[in-house]
Each structure stands twice: as C-alpha cells, then as structure tokens.
Design a protein around this ligand. Structure first.
Ligand SMILES: *Cc1c(COP(=O)(O)O)cnc(C)c1O
Length: 441
C-alpha cells in the first residue's frame, strides 16, 4: 500500500472514531509534513540554526515559501534558518492550533513576545485598544511604557459590564484585549456576549476598521476554555505556564485565522522573539500531552482548597470560578468547559485575609506568605503559575508591582490579595500547610 493511501485511511479512521481531545493531545496531529521522522515514537530534537539548501533553486523556493501560506502552505517546508521556521516549533504550532481549535498558530520566545506580536500586527499609530482593568503586570507595562511612543491609546475599563464596553468603543477602537479569567483576581468576561456585540458593530466597519477580540487564555489553558469557539478572533498564551506545565521552558503562542499567519511570521522574523527549539520540543513532548491529566488533578485540588479558604474565619473573600459564591460563577460555568463539556474552573485562586483595616489585611497577608516561604513543604513563594508545584505569591508587590498602591483598587487588586497556583500535590497536604500558615497569623 502506498504511504499516501495508508495516510488517508488512517486519517479517516481518526475522524470517524471521534476520540476524545484528552487522547488527541497525546498524539497531536501525529502525521506532519514538517519533518520526516516516521520511525521515531517521540519527535526527535532538532537543533540547527541553519539548514542545507542543496541547490540555489531549492534555496530560492524556500524563501518564496516563507510567509506565503496561501500559495505554499501545504508543501513540505524547506527550512532555511531557525528564526523563519524549524521542525520543533513548527510541529508544536500545528498541535497548539489543533488543541485551541484555531486555524493557525505561531510560537514566540515568551508570552510577552506573543502578546506584543499579535498587537503589533493588528494595530498602528492612531489606533485604540480597549482593555480590561485587570491584566497581567507586564501587559500593563507594555501598554503604559511603550504604546504612547507609537501613539496607540489604551483604554482600561471594566469589560465585565457590556454597557461599559459599548460606551467605550470609538471609531478608532481596533482591538478589545482581555484575560478571562483575569490575572490575578479571576474576573470573568462573558465572551459570547462580547462577541455578539462586536459582530454587530463590525457590520458597519470595513476590513481596515473592524474590531478584533484578543484573549489571553493563559490562566484557563485550552483544557478549560477555547475562546476561539466562543467568538474571540485570536488567543495568546504564555506557554511558560500551564501548557509547558513543569516550569522548565519559556514560550508563547498566537493562535488565530490563517490569513494572519504570514503577517505574524513576518513580525516574528523581523522583531526576533523566536522560541528556542529545545523549549518547543519540551513543550511538545512533555507539556501538551500531559495537559489534560495535570489540569484534572489541579482543578480537583483547587476546588477543595477554594472551599476550605472560603469557610476559613481568617479569610475575607475567595475568588475561584468554581465557587457558587463567586461573583462570576454563572458566566464561568457557561464558558469554562473541558474537552468533554464539563465545568473546568481552572487551577488559580485569589483570596484576601481579613484585617481591622486594609493596612492590617495587607500585613496579615504578608505574614502568611512569609510563613509559607519559610515553613511550607507543598507551597513555594514564587511567581509564575501552572507548575507541577503549588506556587503562592503577592501580586501587589510582585507580578503586578507596576501598579502603584493608590491605583490597586482601580485595577481590581487588593493590597493584601494572595494568588495561589495549585500544583500536582495531594490536596490534603496543601491544606495541612495552609492550616499551619493561618495559625501563624
Ligand atoms: C506570565 C503571563 C504572561 C507573560 O508570559 P511570559 O511567558 O512570562 O512572557 C502573559 N499573560 C499572563 C496572563 C501571564 O500569566
């Protein structure tokens, strides 16, 4: 039987069998034209910055192929130079697009590399970005420190309120940028409702003036939510977090419509934030195939821990999408669904300790985290998230320190707020450590 015939029967079989995405993420696309390694079970690491071109003619065709997806996207790639494309990151991209249900994916050196790339492609001088009050600290820093130089205005508003969104869209609005759940307070933005509003508005806009919705899906991971199926135009991830999963490699990705692939590739080539192939390989080999397994464990633990915190007398409030008492529980329940359609509220928790006043609450929170840093076995005081280990941090002084104290409330942050990223430990062991930390304050 010819390879082509075998391939088509095999692919048809996959389609007909309707395997769960839990299984698909282990095998991924499986058949790829990005690299011929049919006798490896695990994709081998390719580490070569430059590639043999055989002939001037073949080299010229490689350059023709690059960023010409429409014409040459189905051909086996002629690799030229790592910054343009190479096997490991190209295979990772195929699989990330697949799991997020997007047409195409382009990887970057970090989450920030991906965010600046998608916004670099979608905006130009004179445009406006409408965004949510609460965002990852470095995204705020990107908007506040650099975008004024390019004359791109960033308008921070409460995007959980659709009326507010409506009232703040102008003729210059080109992008609505958001995180849901937001880092770190877990605000949830109703994506189908937002998407319906933007669809209406775009009816009166041209291709040049239409509004794009860009969602940073890092907190949820594609296991818990696929924003492209809820009306978003683009998804970005920090692969450093839940998708990478083990805290060993940095990376980022933009996933979206195929017609943007060439522009995003060109941006990556020229601005240069290219993922290291060894990192792409690690995320492809360890991170993505274990995503569902890790998320299931982390969600089950997060739910137990959120409930424990919620009933603790020293805790003021707990934000966790899986708690019935959470302000955005109903929206979360509608859009945070795993591959089988079950509620998947994620592995991130934000909570605050009680205090006689905000200063006291902050002091107790700080003492609590210092106790954890010194004495807890199952929790580590560190930034980042989506790790195999449970990580605890203080956003106001760490990940979101770009926000001055008098602006914390405006950004949806609490001076004493604690962020927890649940790892793979047994929940009861984390609870023991939390209990002891509460006894210390
Ligand atoms: C960490 C993070 C980023 C940035 O990712 P890096 O890989 O550190 O550049 C962006 N968005 C969110 C929500 C994050 O948590």
């Amino acid at each position: 039987m010819s390879d082509e015939k075998r391939k088509s029967i095999y692919e048809k079989g996959i389609e007909e069998a309707k395997y769960s995405m839990d299984t698909h993420i282990i095998y991924g696309k499986n058949i790829t034209n990005k690299w011929d390694y049919t006798h490896h079970v695990t994709a081998p690491i390719s580490s070569s910055t430059t590639f043999r071109l055989d002939s001037v003619e073949r080299g010229a065709h490689g350059f023709e192929q690059f960023a010409h997806t429409e014409e040459f996207g189905n051909e086996a790639p002629i690799f030229i130079y790592d910054r343009l494309g190479e096997p490991n990151k190209d295979m990772l991209e195929e699989n990330l697009a697949y799991v997020e249900k997007g047409e195409t994916a382009v990887t970057f050196a970090s989450g920030m590399g991906a965010i600046s790339a998608v916004l670099g492609v979608l905006t130009k001088s004179g445009d406006e970005i409408l965004t949510h009050n609460t965002l990852y600290g470095c995204t705020i820093s990107l908007f506040n420190n650099w975008y004024p130089r390019y004359n791109i205005d960033v308008n921070y508003k409460n995007l959980t309120d659709l009326e507010v969104v409506k009232n703040n869209i102008t003729v210059r609005t080109r992008v609505i940028y958001l995180e849901t759940p937001a880092n770190p307070n877990l605000d949830i933005i109703d994506l189908p409702a937002l998407s319906n509003l933007v669809l209406e508005l775009n009816k009166d806009r041209t291709n040049e003036t239409r509004i794009y919705i860009v969602v940073d899906n890092t907190f949820a991971t594609p296991y818990c939510q696929r924003p492209l199926t809820l009306g978003a135009d683009f998804v970005v991830h920090s692969l450093t977090k839940g998708i990478g999963g083990f805290g060993t490699d940095m990376g980022g990705v933009v996933i979206g419509p195929k017609k943007f692939r060439d522009m995003i590739l060109l941006y990556r080539k020229d601005f240069g934030a290219v993922i290291n192939p060894k990192s792409a390989w690690a995320i492809l080999t360890y991170g993505l195939p274990t995503l569902a397994l890790r998320q299931k464990q982390q969600i089950a633990s997060a739910l137990k821990i959120a409930r424990f915190l919620n009933s603790h007398p020293k805790v003021d409030y707990v934000n966790y999408p899986g708690l019935e008492s959470f302000k955005y529980y109903e929206s979360a329940k509608k859009q945070m669904l795993n591959f089988d359609g079950e509620f998947a509220p994620g592995s991130m928790i934000y909570f605050s300790l009680k205090g006689e006043n905000p200063e006291k609450a902050k002091e107790y929170g700080k003492n609590f985290m210092d106790y954890v840093a010194d004495f807890a076995y199952t929790m580590t005081l560190a930034v980042s998230l989506g790790h195999s280990r449970t990580l605890i941090e203080h956003p106001a002084s760490m990940t979101h320190s770009v926000v001055p104290p008098e602006k914390l409330a405006e950004r949806g942050l609490d001076a004493g707020g604690v962020r927890l990223s649940i790892g793979l430990e047994k929940a009861e062991d984390i609870l023991q450590d939390l209990e002891r930390a509460f006894d210390s304050v």
